[in-house]
Design a protein. Structure first.
Length: 158
């Protein structure tokens, strides 16, 4: 009977410890001349893919959205994305495309408007980083980590 109560307690605790937002930052050497390598490292740096991950469909999706933002400012729907990727001989399952788009939305690079996906406000990536990702995601998370640090210090000083 105790194990059930303990399991219930664990489930409650896991639910309460669910993060509101998260970002994993990684640093690499300076960018090189290869576009796809730079784009892959950008994605790894923001934590949307892991270093050494072989499934990099998200990089191809981001590449497609970046390249089509001028000729298609409203964005592409998910079926247009899969069609374009298949024409480029990039084979990704539709469900994985949707998952990758959700990751890019969560990080703040892509937005969904009227069932179409596009780079947030059709901005350049460095502008997007300065305008949205740094102030609204990174600074907010660092601020919250600071609140935890202050609270822990207060609790230790009791």
């Amino acid at each position: 009977m105790e194990s059930r109560e303990e399991n219930g307690d664990i489930r409650k605790r896991l639910y309460k410890d669910k993060p509101l937002a998260g970002i994993s930052l990684n640093e690499f050497e300076k960018p090189g001349t290869d576009y796809m390598t730079n784009l892959r490292r950008f994605c790894i740096s923001l934590g949307v893919i892991s270093p050494g991950e072989s499934r990099v469909g998200i990089v191809h999706i981001l590449d497609l959205l970046l390249k089509t933002r001028k000729k298609n400012p409203d964005g592409l729907d998910s079926y247009a994305i899969i069609k374009e990727l298949y024409q480029k001989d990039v084979k990704i399952v539709y469900a994985n495309i949707l998952r990758d788009l959700r990751k890019l939305i969560a990080v703040g690079v892509v937005e969904r408007r009227e069932n179409k996906y596009r780079i947030k406000e059709n901005m350049k990536l460095h502008e997007l980083l300065d305008a949205f990702i740094r102030p609204y995601i990174i600074e907010r998370i660092i601020s919250r980590v600071g609140e935890y640090a202050n609270k822990i210090d207060e609790q230790l000083d009791l």
